[in-house]
Design a protein around this ligand. Structure first.
Ligand code: KIV
Ligand code: ZN
Length: 387
C-alpha cells in the first residue's frame, strides 16, 4: 500500500541493524507462577538459538544455584546467539556472571524517584557512582556491558540523560531503556527515543512492559525512531502483564516493513506452543500470530473468500509462522465451507442430504454449540446411512 523507503524518509529513522534480545528465560520466567528447571531452560535456549535471536538472556546467575547452573550450561553450548546474564550493580552479582563464564552482562539500577527513595534509599549521586562503578568493574573483567536504568520512563528526564551519559562514558556498550511498569504510549515513546538518539553515542535498546497492552506498539515506535535493539519474550510473558511479544514484533517488522531479521519465522508457532507447555501459560485463542484463532474462520462470507484466495481475510499466511488454517463450523457457516470440509473428508452427499446436514449445523450453532470436525463427520455419515 505504501512504500517503506518513502515512509522511512518521511517519518522514520530505522537503524541499519536491529537486534532481538530475548528475555524469555529471565523476565519471562519472572511471570508469577512460572519456574523452569535447568533442563527446561536449556531446551528453550536451544530453540531460541535455532530460531536465530541475536541474544538470549539466560537468567540471573546470582539469584539461585539453578539460575547459575542454567546460565553456565547454556553458555557452554557455544550458540550463535550471545548468552547474557542479568546482574544488579553490585560486585557479587557481577562476579556470578563472570563465574558462569558469560561474556555479556545486562546490569541495572533503579533511577526513578520511587526506586531511589523507597527501594534503594540512595541519592542521585550515589545511583550514578554505583552504576559507573559497576560498568568499570565489568569492563575491567572483559565483559560486554548493557546497562538498564530501571523505571527509566518515570525518571526525571534531565537526570535520566545525565545518568546514561555517565554510564556510556564509563564504557557501557549498550544502554537499555526499560518501561518497567508499562506506562508509555507510542507518542511518548517517539519523544523519548528521538531525544535519546540525538543524545547518546552508543546503541539504544528498549525493554517495554505491557501493563496497558502497548508493549509491542511502543517497541515498534522505538524501532521506527532508530532504537537498535528490542527486548522481547516468547508469547510476551513476563512480570505482571508481560513484555513485548517476540512473535508479534518480528512478524510486524517482516510483513509490514519488509525487515528480515534473519529469524526462522516458520518456527514461531512451535516455539510458542513449547514455551506455553513448559511454563503452563497457555495463550488466549485470540493472541496475534500464534493464538488458536489467528488463522481460524467461521463466517460464511469470510470462508468463501478464504477458499478462493486466503489473503482475502488473512494478513499473512499461517505457513509463514508454522501455524495452520482452520475452518470452524457454526451458525455463521456458509455452504462453501461445508462443501470444502466434506470434500476434505471424502464424504459425498446429494443435494437433499447436504441441505439436512447444513441445517443441523446451523441449528446446533443457534443453540450455542461449536461443531467440531468429528461432529460433522458423525452428522454427515448418519445422514448417508439413513438414505
Ligand atoms: O523491567 C525492568 O525494568 C527490568 C530490568 C531488570 C531491566 O526487567
Ligand atoms: Zn522487565
Amino acid at each position: 500500500m505504501y512504500d517503506i523507503d518513502t515512509l522511512n524518509k518521511k517519518y522514520m529513522n530505522l537503524s541499519d541493524e536491529i537486534y532481538i534480545f530475548d528475555t524469555t528465560l529471565r523476565d519471562g520466567e519472572q511471570t508469577p507462577g512460572v519456574a523452569l528447571t535447568v533442563d527446561e531452560k536449556i531446551q528453550i535456549a536451544q530453540k531460541l538459538n535455532n530460531l536465530g535471536v541475536d541474544k538470549i538472556e539466560a537468567g540471573f546467575p546470582a539469584a539461585s544455584l539453578g539460575e547459575f547452573e542454567a546460565t553456565k550450561e547454556i553458555k557452554s553450548l557455544d550458540f550463535d546467539s550471545t548468552v547474557v546474564g542479568l546482574a544488579r550493580s553490585v560486585k557479587s552479582d557481577i562476579d556470578s556472571v563472570l563465574d558462569a563464564d558469560l561474556d555479556y552482562i545486562h546490569t541495572f539500577i533503579g533511577t526513578s524517584p520511587l526506586h531511589r527513595d523507597y527501594k534503594l534509599k540512595m541519592s542521585k549521586e550515589t545511583i550514578i557512582s554505583t552504576a559507573v562503578g559497576a560498568v568499570e568493574y565489568a569492563k575491567d573483567h572483559g565483559l560486554t556491558v548493557e546497562f538498564s536504568a530501571e523505571d527509566a520512563t518515570r525518571t526525571e528526564k534531565d537526570f535520566l540523560f545525565e545518568f546514561f551519559n555517565e554510564v556510556i562514558d564509563a564504557g557501557a556498550d549498550f544502554i537499555d531503556i526499560p518501561d518497567t511498569v508499562g506506562i508509555l504510549t507510542p507518542i511518548f515513546t517517539k519523544e523519548l527515543i528521538t531525544y535519546a538518539k540525538s543524545n547518546f553515542s552508543c546503541p539504544i535498546s528498549v525493554h517495554f512492559h505491557n501493563d496497558f497492552g502497548l508493549a509491542t506498539a511502543n517497541t515498534l515506535t522505538a524501532i521506527e525512531c532508530g532504537a537498535n535493539q528490542a527486548h522481547v519474550t516468547v508469547n510476551g510473558i513476563g512480570e505482571r502483564t508481560g513484555n513485548t511479544s517476540l512473535e508479534e514484533l518480528v512478524i510486524i517488522l517482516y510483513s509490514a516493513y519488509g525487515i528480515d531479521l534473519k529469524i526462522n519465522n516458520s518456527q514461531l508457532y512451535s516455539l510458542s506452543d513449547f514455551v506455553g507447555r513448559l511454563t503452563g501459560i497457555k495463550m488466549p485463542v485470540n493472541k496475534p500470530i500464534v493464538g488458536d484463532n489467528a488463522f481460524a474462520h467461521e463466517s460464511g462470507i469470510h470462508v468463501h473468500g478464504i477458499l478462493n484466495n486466503s489473503s482475502t481475510y488473512e494478513p499473512i499466511s499461517p505457513e509463514l509462522v508454522g501455524h495452520s488454517r482452520k475452518i470452524i463450523l457454526g451458525k455463521h457457516t456458509g455452504a462453501n465451507a461445508l462443501k470444502s470440509k466434506l470434500h476434505d473428508y471424502h464424504i459425498e452427499l446429494n443435494d437433499e442430504q447436504f441441505e439436512k446436514v447444513f441445517s443441523q449445523i446451523k441449528s446446533l450453532g443457534d443453540k450455542g454449540k461449536c461443531v467440531t470436525d468429528d461432529d460433522l463427520k458423525a452428522i454427515a455419515l448418519t445422514e448417508l446411512s439413513s438414505a
